[in-house]
Design a protein around this ligand. Structure first.
Ligand code: TXA
Ligand code: MG
Length: 359
């Protein structure tokens, strides 16, 4: 860790930022807080540095990284052009949890960053420490979430250390990440239509207030058993991310009482089989369930709170050794869409649909 003893807190923070910037400028890797989740940064133009990210995370090399900038001037060096809609999105949501996939300027970043694509994803994070670190490094930073590949993304510096201690050069501790889920990744067509490749911190509702046309990448609708789902345009979306070690399943249906009854029954059956049971639910229903590990994401009416709590909650199942986990679906309004996307991925798209009719 980069923390210093014997300095006042302010000087200590300044000193840590300065040192971290130097580590990055020299090709090292440093984890840092953003408003979404913690990222693991490296100089986006330095292939060896970027390879250290992939090695530390155990990340498949065909999954490209997001490039983080601290000022708009850096964008000119990275991308070939920015159209009117893209400009409007940047004006509305930067700094903030929106990543734009843009045509990359040849040679602007390491080919490892783009995984050989002719596009690069760029965002300007809305976090004091992240912005100061990019400035201190003096270069755009390639930064995926700072977790081991396949683990829930880190929302605390301690999560980063759990996964990556010894494999990275340092971590800046900025306290809990604010949003709790990653940025929204979008691509804008020639016609100005916005395609959401990954739902995240900026909601579809917010995008639609700025852009005339917003649609989801059809690959996001993938359901279990579906034969030929289209290949996702965001390569990362095809991996089972955020997966707890136990088997996990999302339970959903039109009637909350039927869903709750089914979850309770499945938990009881699993306990009978000797499983260490886990349930992920909401304040309104968590009291209905008996499980070894019970995690509430807050009220069903507060998806922002659910997003903030989600990844720490998923980590708890691993910490407490849950072998069988049921997650209750939540409404897909606002940040609820990103929460459900992450839950379904964590569950490897295993879903129990409860179809019981009202009596
Ligand atoms: O909030 C975030 O975005 C966090 C923080 C650290 O900024 N970063 C993050 O990075 O979530 P990562 O690597 O975990 O996710 C990057 C996502 C992946 O789904 C990847 O496939 C997609 O962005 N992506 C990156 N470059 C792309 C490109 N050129 N075209 C399409 N998708 C791209
Ligand atoms: Mg990630």
């Amino acid at each position: 860790s980069l923390s210093k003893e014997g300095l006042g807190p302010e000087k200590e923070a300044k000193q840590a930022l300065h040192e971290a910037g130097q580590v990055l400028a020299q090709g090292g890797t440093v984890a840092f807080p953003t408003e979404t989740v913690y990222g693991l940064g490296a100089d986006a133009g330095n292939t060896e540095a970027v390879e250290r990210i992939f090695a530390a995370k155990g990340r498949p090399s065909d999954n490209p990284l997001i490039v983080h900038i601290s000022e708009l001037a850096q964008l000119v060096g990275l991308v070939q052009r920015v159209n009117e809609t893209e400009r409007a999105l940047m004006a509305s949501f930067w700094p903030g949890p929106l990543s734009l996939v843009l045509p990359v300027k040849p040679g602007a970043v390491s080919p490892r960053v783009t995984a050989g694509l002719d596009t690069v994803a760029v965002r300007m994070p809305d976090h004091r420490v992240a912005l100061a670190l990019i400035s201190a490094a003096g270069c755009p930073l390639a930064a995926p979430s700072a977790n081991r590949s396949g683990r829930p993304s880190p929302t605390l510096a301690s999560h980063v250390l759990e996964d990556l201690a010894g494999a990275i050069d340092g971590v800046l501790d900025g306290g809990p990440a604010g949003v709790g889920v990653e940025s929204t990744v979008v691509q804008v067509g020639e016609d100005g239509a916005v395609t959401v490749l990954r739902p995240g911190g900026v909601t579809t509702e917010q995008l639609a207030a700025v852009a005339a046309s917003v649609r989801q990448d059809p690959a996001l609708q993938r359901a279990v058993g579906e034969a030929e789902s289209p290949a996702p345009r965001s390569p990362g979306m095809k991996y089972t991310h955020y997966a707890p070690k136990g088997a996990m399943c999302v339970v959903q249906g039109p009637r909350a009482d039927a869903v709750s009854a089914r979850i309770a029954a499945e938990l009881a059956a699993a306990a009978q089989r000797g499983e260490v049971t886990g349930v992920l639910s909401f304040d309104e229903h968590i009291g209905h369930y008996r499980a070894d590990v019970a995690v509430s994401l807050g009220s069903l009416a507060a998806p922002e709170e659910a997003a903030r709590r989600l990844y720490a909650g998923l980590r708890r199942f691993d910490e407490e050794g849950a072998t069988f986990i049921l997650a209750e679906a939540c409404p897909e309004q606002g940040l609820g869409a990103a929460v459900m996307n992450r839950l379904l991925k964590a569950a490897g798209h295993h879903i129990i649909h409860v179809h019981e009719d009202a009596d």
